[in-house]
Design a protein around this ligand. Structure first.
Ligand SMILES: NC(=O)c1ccc[n+]([C@@H]2O[C@H](COP(=O)([O-])OP(=O)(O)OC[C@H]3O[C@@H](n4cnc5c(N)ncnc54)[C@H](O)[C@@H]3O)[C@@H](O)[C@H]2O)c1
Length: 459
């Protein structure tokens, strides 16, 4: 998948560009174009140069089916941009991807409008990597579509109802322009999970009767102390995005979306409603808006349930895994995190060696690399490829469980989709001097969800 005969690639490329040129003349749509330097070079701009951004760029540059080059980078923090740029340049010098990082100072941009400047360095058919906190996903995607760019965007892709509706509309627009999009729900690209999905469809564990998923460990990411005053309130909230629902959907959306999505995939559907519990127990000086624990019961249209358990408390039982139960047996979707999946099926519902029906052979390919191989393959071969609708629905279903916990009400898919509470309505207009979308009270604390008390919105 990641290999590639360059002659073959070039022949395919010419075939594809010829076909696309004809199609675009007819339809007037934006299509992948021939690049000046090396005809089939795909150029990248990285928007959001944090840990995942650098990881995604590395994976993109490692795809081996034709030339790819990182040419521009954008962030709102100079030091984040420089740190990632240095790391990627050093990796290129170490010959991990020789010559593939070409980001001089005049293609490094800082600020809330930096994403536009970085994308302006690209040509239609190139790729923008969107790895900021999710609040900025829709304005960044909107501009990428305007510029005729393909994208890779990290999950979650939305944090509330209004941004989901916007994202779904953008996905339609992108598809009309033949623009490809990968969404970082990385498990979908795992070959072990794909094999398990096929086995479930083929009836190996019978009809699905329940699914359950766990992400339970100590406090990470979302636990945040007060702003020390070195940063403006806005920059502090963006930097600590897991702490603030407007920026990330909180730890709920950030942590649990993968697990919710992988279960919905195995079930081949989205739940129609959710009810949930959660609470704040051990807060100390932490001022974030998250609960320490969440339990959600999702219900699918046929009545089947998905039970999700999330906990960020030290000293408790830990598990990061997902299971699917059928009338004949059990499937393991995730054994311990996202990779390797180590997927297995069992006769009955106990995980017992002598009851094992199948297991995916080890070692597994890295799905973070596969998601890029799949996207670049789709771009080069001009295959239909847009994961944004699926990513937006996964984000919405995640928000549905979160809102159920935060309000104490049953929340339906339709209610979540039509919910009018937009957490950060003017996120596309933010500048370095803007006030933050969320204000602390006189006690320095931010509003937190109050189930049963505040029930029409999450805070
Ligand atoms: N698929 C996965 O397994 C996985 C793993 C980690 C993170 N993620 C996702 O990746 C995204 C980023 O997470 P991260 O861990 O890299 O966070 P991070 O804080 O390390 O990086 C985010 C970067 O974006 C920058 N940024 C913020 N707002 C910006 C804006 N408006 N314009 C330009 N740059 C901006 C920040 O300064 C920072 O450098 C999140 O959506 C997260 O959920 C996915």
């Amino acid at each position: 998948m990641t290999g590639g005969d360059s002659r073959e690639t070039r022949r395919e490329f010419l075939k594809v560009t010829g076909r696309l040129a004809a199609a675009s003349a007819l339809a007037g749509v934006v299509t992948p174009r021939v690049h000046a330097a090396e005809q089939n070079t795909i150029q990248l701009a990285l928007i959001g140069c944090g840990s995942r951004g650098a990881g995604a760029a590395t994976d993109a540059l490692s795809v081996g089916n034709g030339p790819i080059k990182l040419v521009a980078m954008a962030d709102i923090f100079q030091n984040r941009l420089e740190g990632s740029c240095n790391r990627l340049s050093n990796a290129a010098q170490r010959k991990e991807f020789p010559g593939a990082v070409d980001v001089p100072k005049d293609r490094q941009f800082v600020g809330f409008d930096a994403y536009k400047k970085a994308m302006d360095c690209l040509k239609p058919g190139d790729v923008a990597i969107l790895t900021t906190p999710p609040a900025f996903r829709w304005p960044h995607y909107k501009y990428a579509i305007e510029k005729g760019l393909h994208v890779f965007m990290e999950k979650p892709v939305t944090v509330d109802g209004p941004t989901t509706r916007r994202m779904l509309a953008l996905a339609e627009e992108a598809k009309k322009k033949n623009l490809k999009a990968g969404v970082g729900l990385v498990v979908r690209h795992c070959r072990a999970r794909q094999a398990l999905h096929q086995r479930i469809r083929d009836g190996e564990i019978g009809d699905i009767v329940a699914l359950r998923s766990y992400r339970m460990h100590g406090p990470v990411a979302g636990y945040t102390g007060p702003n020390g005053g070195q940063l403006s309130e806005l920059m502090y909230q963006v930097q600590k995005f897991h702490a603030f629902l407007w920026a990330s959907g909180g730890t709920f959306s950030d942590f649990y979306i993968h697990f919710i999505d992988e279960c919905c995939w195995m079930k081949d559907g989205w739940p129609i409603k959710a009810q949930a519990n959660g609470g704040r127990h051990f807060r100390g000086e932490q001022i974030d808006q998250n609960f320490d624990n969440y339990s959600v019961e999702y219900t699918f249209a046929d009545g089947v349930k998905l039970f999700l358990f999330g906990r960020s408390i030290e000293g408790c039982y830990r598990e990061v895994a997902s299971y699917v139960h059928g009338t004949k047996g059990l499937g393991i979707i995730s054994t311990s995190g996202h990779t390797p999946g180590r997927c297995r099926t069992y006769k009955g519902h106990n995980i017992a060696k002598n009851k094992m029906l199948w297991r995916f052979p080890q070692p597994e390919a890295n799905p973070y690399e596969l998601e890029w191989a799949d996207l670049i393959e789709a771009i080069r071969q001009d295959k239909p490829y847009n994961e944004v609708e699926r990513g937006a629905k996964a984000s919405l279903v995640t928000s549905m469980g979160r809102m159920a916990a935060h309000t104490g009400r049953v929340i339906t898919f339709d209610e979540m989709l039509n919910c009018e509470h937009e957490f950060a309505p003017d996120v596309d207009k933010l500048t370095m001097n803007s006030p933050a979308p969320l204000l602390a009270g006189p006690d320095g604390k931010y509003p937190v969800p109050q189930p049963g008390v505040v029930t029409d919105r999450e805070y």
